[in-house]
Design a protein around this ligand. Structure first.
Ligand code: BG6
Ligand code: MG
Length: 217
């Protein structure tokens, strides 16, 4: 029996994936990596330093940047990103998600956030969603980021639930891999070809309801 839901945040709850994209695109330009839709997709769900490494690998420039140079670029991206998210309001909740959270809460499900973002507590607060969640997993507390199962395993743990009792919701391939690896049921939101490993697929957040999930599982 399903008793809880673990939510990714960027691209699932919050319309913030576009801001990560804007800020990383600028860093890609700076290091000389061509920005492509495939590169953009591959960064979803990947933590900050991991994303930077993928951008450098894509441009074949990894050996030009030592640890200090990387940290400076990551800080630059982060500063730009913080500017972009400074004006977030509840209007930036993705379509249908507040209604879905309200529906889950009323039905007695436990909910947690499993985001790779260190900005998750700030963003959840800005969106006015704090009260829906029992916990926001601190990505710094897990041994490895997505696609490793650790963060979604922790998201079940903080709810006091077994993985088999949890549905994880994600918009990234790395995140779906993390959910599946943790032994939870995965819901993918977005391109079905990208998220083909998901147990249940939806094209957009607006399609996600408890009834639609029940019908699919
Ligand atoms: C994930 C995003 O949720 O968080 C990634 O999908 C991002 O794009 C990652 O790189 C880390 O975010 P932050 O806010 O800690 O830099
Ligand atoms: Mg995401």
């Amino acid at each position: 029996t399903i008793k809880g839901f673990a939510f990714d945040m960027d691209g699932v709850l919050a319309d913030t994936a576009k801001f990560h994209t804007v800020a990383w695109h600028q860093i890609a330009d700076e290091v000389g990596t061509t920005w492509t839709p495939e590169l953009e997709e591959s960064l979803k769900g990947i933590d900050r330093m991991g994303s930077l490494a993928l951008i450098m690998d894509a441009g074949g420039v990894a050996d030009k940047y030592d640890q200090t140079a990387r940290e400076n670029l990551a800080t630059k991206k982060h500063t730009h990103y913080r500017e972009l998210i400074s004006t977030l309001t509840p209007d930036d909740i993705l379509p249908g998600m507040q209604k879905f959270l309200t529906e889950l809460k009323a039905a007695g499900y436990q909910m947690s956030v499993a985001s790779a973002s260190k900005n998750a507590p700030f963003i959840i607060e800005r969106l006015g969603l704090t009260d829906y969640f029992k916990a926001v997993v601190d990505p710094a507390s897990v041994t490895a980021g997505k696609p490793d199962p650790a963060i979604f395993a922790a998201a079940a743990d903080v709810l006091g639930l077994q993985p088999s009792e949890v549905i994880g919701i994600e918009d990234s391939a790395a995140g779906i891999q993390s959910i599946n690896g943790a032994g939870e049921t995965s819901v993918g939101i977005g391109d079905k070809d990208v998220l083909k490993a998901a147990n249940i697929n939806f094209g957009s957040t607006a399609d996600v309801t408890l009834a639609a999930i029940e019908a699919a599982w």
